[in-house]
Design a protein around this ligand. Structure first.
Ligand SMILES: Nc1ncnc2c1ncn2[C@@H]1O[C@H](COP(=O)(O)OP(=O)(O)OP(=O)(O)O)[C@@H](O)[C@H]1O
Ligand SMILES: [Mg+2]
Length: 376
């Protein structure tokens, strides 16, 4: 999969930008704060139907403008996909795929497959469990459109549950009046948690395999990277159908209800899942060196790219935002060369030396200066 062309209008500090990309390597050079990450953020927007930096839509609209637009032409094999997004200050998001309007995020998410490596990537290993959940949630959503539907439904149920529990604790509602609703939301949560947990287990076992291979490939010490899925709901998958598994989960949720009422919050569910990341038998989060932690985090992202290929048969577009300054030269070059062999690659950096001496065939290099992007 590759990006062919992009036009951006009033996206962050990019007033008007038109680009045609190299099918291979695309390098964006420019001093700090001139708009390199903004370009990557725009090109990535359709992949998640949101900013990869976690920004709110409104923040993407250029200061002083009422709306921003982006349009991308994407090639998947012989097929060409035309994606348009418009965001305005009233909170409206318009999305079109090949000219047809789509209304829900799930209809856009995953059409464009990308993987982003940026300075935040290391938080996958070092950060809290929410970082790892975001990684697998995004990774699974990009290969499985049902996943996002279950995730959104589970989150809705959790939100409702949380508000009921809070109301009881604060004395705004009596237990008698909410217990029926609590049961309903628990059943809803369990119904969606079962497929979520199963899809996570499957995806993470693929990620474990691919991540292990990538780590071996990038490191010289040949250490073994392991990923272990920590399922938070605490019920065993009985095999069988999703309905069987939902019943197991519901039994756990019912069992802890009195605890949840006492504490006034949700205690168990897919929102507490995590992944242990282990190198040669010890937890990387606790004991890892900076280099090991960084290499492991990059390996997890490479694994994500491998899974997209394994499950969808397309190579995602890879974005490297400012990560090579953090790696030694050998490892950087290895990563660049390996990934550029199979993927279209975008590299944004303020340091030309990150790519110095590397001249892949057909590469394009741009300069980004005060929101203006020009080809060299
Ligand atoms: N909505 C917006 N409208 C206009 N300008 C914005 C908006 N959001 C961010 N900017 C500006 O964009 C600039 C940052 O751009 P960006 O993060 O892409 O820089 P960069 O080239 O990646 O820099 P670095 O090398 O430091 O990572 C800042 O000057 C910021 O003020
Ligand atoms: Mg940047």
């Amino acid at each position: 999969m590759r990006l062919l062309e992009a036009s951006l209008l009033d996206f962050r500090n990019l007033a008007e930008v038109q680009l045609s990309f190299s099918p291979g390597v695309n390098v964006l050079l420019g001093d700090n704060g001139h708009g390199k990450t903004n370009v990557l953020e725009a090109l990535n927007y359709p992949a998640l139907a949101r900013s990869f930096r976690g920004a709110r839509d409104e923040e993407l609209i250029r200061f002083g403008s009422e709306a921003c637009h982006l349009r991308l032409a994407i090639a998947e094999g012989e097929k060409i996909l035309d994606i348009e997004v418009g965001l305005d200050r009233g909170g409206r998001r318009r999305m079109r795929v090949d000219g047809d309007e789509v209304h829900r995020r799930v209809e856009l998410v995953g059409r464009l497959a990308t993987v982003v490596f940026d300075p935040q990537t290391v938080e996958l290993v070092r950060g809290g469990p929410e970082m790892r959940r975001r990684w697998f949630d995004q990774g699974i959503s990009s290969v499985d459109s049902e996943y996002l539907i279950h995730l959104q439904a589970a989150n809705r149920a959790l939100k409702q549950k949380a508000s009921l529990l809070r109301d009881v604790r604060r004395g705004f509602s009596s237990l008698g009046t909410v217990s029926r609703d609590l049961e309903t939301w628990n059943a809803e949560l369990a119904a969606h948690a079962a497929p979520l947990v199963r899809k996570r287990a499957d995806w993470l076992s693929r990620a474990a395999q691919a991540g292990r291979d990538s780590y071996m490939d990038l490191s010289d010490e040949k250490q073994e990277l392991q990923l272990v899925y920590k399922q938070g709901v605490g019920s065993e998958d009985p095999g069988g159908t999703d309905a069987d598994f939902s019943r197991e989960i519901l039994a756990v949720l019912d069992y802890i209800t009195s605890d949840e009422i006492r504490r006034g919050r949700c205690l168990s569910g897919p929102q507490t899942d995590d992944v242990d990341i282990i190198l040669d038998g010890v937890s990387l989060r606790t004991y890892g060196s900076r280099g090991e932690t960084r290499t492991a985090a990059i390996s997890l992202k490479l694994a994500q790219a491998e899974i997209v290929y394994g499950m969808r048969g397309v190579r995602p577009v890879l974005f490297f935002d400012d990560i090579f300054s953090e790696l030694d030269k050998d490892r950087s070059r290895k990563l660049q060369e390996r990934t550029a062999k199979d993927h279209q690659v975008f590299i944004a950096t303020a340091r030309a030396e990150d790519v110095a001496g590397w001249e892949p065939a057909g590469a394009s290099t741009w300069t980004v200066h005060e929101g203006v992007v020009t080809i060299r």
